[in-house]
Ligand binder design. Sequence first.
Ligand SMILES: [Zn+2]
Length: 411
Amino acid sequence: MKWYRLSELHADHRLVANCKSMCLSGPPSKHFIWPIDIVDEVSDLFGCVMDLLPEDFECAEDLYANPGRFPSYKRIIDACIQIVSCFHAVHCKGYCFQDIPMWDLFVDPQKGGVIFSRGENVAPEGTYTDVMASGRYAAPEIVTGASVPSMRSDRYSMAVIVFMLLCHLHPLEGARFCEGRIPDDSERRRAYGLGPVFVFDSDDSSNRPDSAILASCTWESLPRHMRDFFCRAFSRDALLDPRRRPSELEWMRELVRFRSEVVPCKCWDEVFLDGASAVRCGRCGALCGAPLRLEVGGFDARDPCVSIGDAPTHGARESSVALVTDARLYRSQLNRSCSPDYMLEPQLWAVSKKGGSQCAYDVRLCNVSRESWKVRFGREVANVAPGQSVRAIEGLELEILGELVRVCANV
Ligand SMILES: [Zn+2]
């Protein structure tokens, strides 16, 4: 039970009305702790009954600065994909977040699952429920008071959360932020609202982090396409014009592509292939790669949540998946138009032979979908039913959901 003091809310009690409305409509997905019942106004109090946070979930605000809590970088990417998917689910219902600070977000670092803990902070697009936005995560137009929360301001908050989890620093807190001091309110308003500058802005280096912060963040090791995408999401245009911010599906496309390039090293560190067939491990110097890859079609760029006037979505792009343990092929990578509820449904999951080491390349391709695959190797044709698997060998062709997927040498 969460209690609110009515005397501290807006005079028309719009937060109470929104809680009642959200309670009736139900959550956008299973990743929300949502109002499930209301205890009506008792004296000065109003109560919201919600589920408890499941075990194993930790606050994202604590996790972003402690990436060692995640067993692998792939789990951080999994959490980011899930976060973007939750924003998509909220927007597809016509809702937006009133406020989405990182301390309202919980992540299971072992599995990459996420939970948004305050469903009462979601409201229909265009409404303002009196929730005070947290400057550090709110879009510049919310910080300055120029706009009310919207799907487009959410896209900024989403980009901040993803950047912080992947890079371990805030995208606007660089050299210009406070020069080592605790910032006062006017400095915060300038940094987050009036004059935001991305720490890695391509044209303006005035807000670069100091060398100690640079050494501890992962920016330089990210694949080029991810750095370019962050530069676009936090460009001056996108910071100041909400219509220029990338959509959720564009984020999913980049993150799924990034996930497909993560290869484990025998020292248990990971490398990002970034289009190469092999890369040297930063920790032990070993050459890491994946001898085989899956060649698949691009992402379906049609996005039901992109409205007229938004930044154009980029065209579908050819992508490939490095065939290592825990590689996945998602439904959305097969260029199929599917509902947002299913686009991140894995169709194929690569596993090592039992007893093999984490970077063994003798991988099997498991059918984790609900439909059989047709598999061809030379003249041989076979069916692989859901739950069954086939050994990955060069030249193997799989027909998955009517799309052709090839196993190729990674050269
Ligand atoms: Zn290594």
